[in-house]
Design a protein around this ligand. Structure first.
Ligand SMILES: [Fe+2]
Length: 301
């Protein structure tokens, strides 16, 4: 089954929209955890939805971040401000990045492209991304008991060096952020391959996820897949990654090894002509350029 990332996914999991930048609320018997913090401009919307689900008497205990991209950490500082005692957990690399003015400047620039999301901030709250502290440095093998649900932390690099996936064995639910790729196209039927820091790490991470055989996969953008579709998605994502490398190599060859030209030609064909990609074009091209350069280095092109 494939459904949009909004609303109740499981009796213990709710996807808080918008669906393209969802955050996931996981409720154990004793603790409540949110996975990812989406885009800064959606902060008030996330907060209201969490409050509505938890009511006034239940606290939000933890916020775990899958990786250090602006559209996954955007409302972290805002949520920490509005949920007293909230503990933020992430890879320790992310903690260092969040203190760098240049990184925050870049993230604020990318966030500002989302003019369509300004409508969710009718009160005109200042949602600028500012440095925030990581309270829990998450690493491979960490386990957190939420009461009947255990959040198991796995390092799944490849999309970024600090990518983490969270797995709840009791309900076989996996939250890979973008470590497993993203479903694209108008109906979410196509896979966007997302390795940025390392092609090989990305493959290794996907193979680990396949071996896990999750029943539910709550993707970092857009969609939740479950049952047979969860297994199919991971296998298709692995095949798409091999294919994508070949595609990049072909563009590099026809551009005479010029990574910039290969990126421009591929972006035109894939983004402008083929279409169906909801990511902002500037982010798409930036990421594609990183992938093309990485493959050029691996393939000696
Ligand atoms: Fe990302």
């Amino acid at each position: 089954m494939r459904r949009q990332a909004k609303g109740q996914i499981h009796e213990r999991i709710t996807a808080i929209p918008n669906a393209w930048y969802p955050i996931y609320l996981v409720r154990g018997a004793e603790k409540n955890l949110v996975i990812d913090a989406g885009v800064n401009l959606l902060g008030p919307r996330y907060r209201n939805d969490i409050r509505e689900i938890l009511g006034d008497d239940q606290p939000l205990h933890d916020l775990f971040l899958t990786h250090s991209h602006y559209d996954h950490i955007g409302a972290a500082g805002y949520l920490k401000e509005h949920f007293p005692g909230l503990q933020i957990g992430a890879h320790e690399r992310l903690a260092n990045l969040m203190q760098k003015p240049s990184v925050l400047g870049l993230m604020n620039g990318l966030s500002a492209n989302h003019v369509d999301l300004l409508k969710y901030n009718a009160a005109g709250v200042d949602l600028t991304l500012r440095p925030f502290d990581i309270d829990i440095a998450l690493k491979q093998g960490d386990r957190f008991d939420l009461g009947g649900l255990t959040c198991c932390v796995h390092e799944t690099p490849g999309h970024t060096k600090d990518s983490l996936s969270f797995y709840f064995p009791e309900i076989q639910a996996l939250f890979p952020g973008e470590s497993a790729g993203v479903l694209q196209g108008r109906t979410g039927s196509e896979i966007q391959v997302e390795f940025l820091s390392s092609y090989q790490d990305y493959i290794d991470s996907l193979q680990w996820m396949i071996s896990l055989r999750p029943e539910i996969i709550c993707l970092g953008h857009g969609w939740v897949v479950s049952g047979k579709d969860a297994e199919d998605f991971l296998r298709r994502s692995l095949a798409a990654t091999y294919h994508y490398r070949e595609l990049i190599e072909n563009y590099l060859s026809s551009a005479g090894g010029n990574a910039q030209r290969a990126t421009e030609e591929m972006a035109h064909a894939e983004y402008d002509v083929k279409g169906g990609i909801f990511q902002e074009k500037i982010s798409y091209v930036t990421n594609l350029n990183a992938q093309v350069r990485h493959i050029a280095g691996l393939s000696g092109l």
